[in-house]
Write a protein that binds this ligand. Structure first.
Ligand code: ZN
Length: 333
């Protein structure tokens, strides 16, 4: 593979395990999953692909899971659908990219904690409990700040029992701290940036960063311009966010979840859903706002940028994917 970076950086990028903790394809069963080849070409070794948010009907989520699973099986020379941790190692060793799925929010559990295991069996390896808005489980980050509910406590137990990654992205402040206190396993932020650098409700406070690291978890830096505070969303500003979190809690607790959303020309908003409710204007999601997201091709450039910043190679390997790999090895049953 050829990337527009120097040889040193390319050698490191090729050899390191590169983990993208969150990416989005259009939520439609009709897409060609081989769009992910851009991730693979950028040297990504594992990607967590979203299959639904709190606003998506469960019937749609099941159709998407079926289609994405079938899609991955159509390209056995390129992709490995993750069953166990060993699959991600095997994928890299054979020049393929490992793929697992994530849910953004707990509404698709239908108030039934046992649904966690069913989604696990279908390939979901990461879940957050609320998406921007409050639900029966807990609080979202753009809503009233409520604690984890009694049902939420049982959902946390079910996620721990299933061996799924517990993700506090998009979750409200109190609920996230409750989850991190209760969870028996490390908790992650798959895609969230420090509020100290950009004061946006989707970003997380120092206290949340400290609590996540305290569980042994990892904060994945998000590539969305609105949360980076830079319209270009390039490797330089992403590196600034990485360095902030690494300086605060240690490089062992930093990763990447660039949140790239493939635009394949499909409008996937479910019928009747009001985008202004889920992405409120008061939080800066103004209609027509030009939001840019770091593209998959940013990954190799980021490796070079981190080398240029003088970070030790061992820290860079951890940030690129070693840290999320460590947590997944610990958590996935
Ligand atoms: Zn998200």
């Amino acid at each position: 593979m050829t990337w527009p970076i120097d040889n040193n950086a390319a050698t490191l990028h090729q050899d390191a395990f590169v983990w993208d903790a969150h990416a989005c394809l259009p939520l439609s069963p009709d897409i060609d999953i081989d769009a992910l080849d851009r991730h693979r070409s950028a040297g990504v070794d594992f990607v967590s692909v979203n299959v639904g948010m709190d606003m998506n009907p469960v019937t749609d989520i099941l159709a998407i899971l079926a289609a994405f699973r079938a899609g991955l099986r159509r390209y056995p020379e390129k992709y490995v659908l993750v069953e166990t941790f060993a699959d991600i190692v095997e994928a890299k060793n054979s020049g393929r990219m490992a793929v697992a799925f994530d849910l953004e929010g707990g509404v698709p559990l239908m108030d039934r904690p046992e649904m966690v295991q069913l989604y696990y069996d279908l390939g979901v390896r990461q879940i957050h409990l609320a998406y921007n808005r409050n639900n029966s489980i807990g609080g979202g980050c753009h809503d009233d700040d409520i604690p984890l509910t009694e049902l939420g406590g049982r959902v946390v137990g079910a996620i721990n029992a299933a061996g799924m990654l517990m993700d506090c992205s998009h979750t409200g402040y109190r609920t996230s701290l409750d989850i991190m206190e209760r969870s028996a396993a490390p908790v992650i932020y798959s895609h969230a940036n420090p509020r100290a650098l950009v004061d946006h409700g989707r970003n997380i406070t120092d206290k949340q960063i400290d609590a996540c690291a305290g569980t042994g978890g990892v904060i994945g830096i998000n590539g969305v311009s609105l949360f980076l505070g830079d319209t270009g969303a390039g490797a330089g500003i992403i590196a600034d966010h990485i360095v902030y979190v690494a300086d605060r809690v240690g490089a062992d607790h930093v990763g990447l979840g660039l949140d790239y959303a493939y635009d394949l020309g499909i409008d996937d908003l479910p019928d009747g859903v009001d985008p202004g409710f889920w992405w409120p204007q008061s939080a800066g999601y103004t209609a027509g706002l030009d939001i840019h997201i770091a593209e998959p091709e940013t990954f190799p450039v980021l490796t070079e940028t981190l080398l240029d910043r003088g970070l030790p190679e061992s820290d860079i390997r951890g940030i690129l994917g070693g840290n999320f790999q460590r947590v997944a090895k610990d958590v996935w049953s």
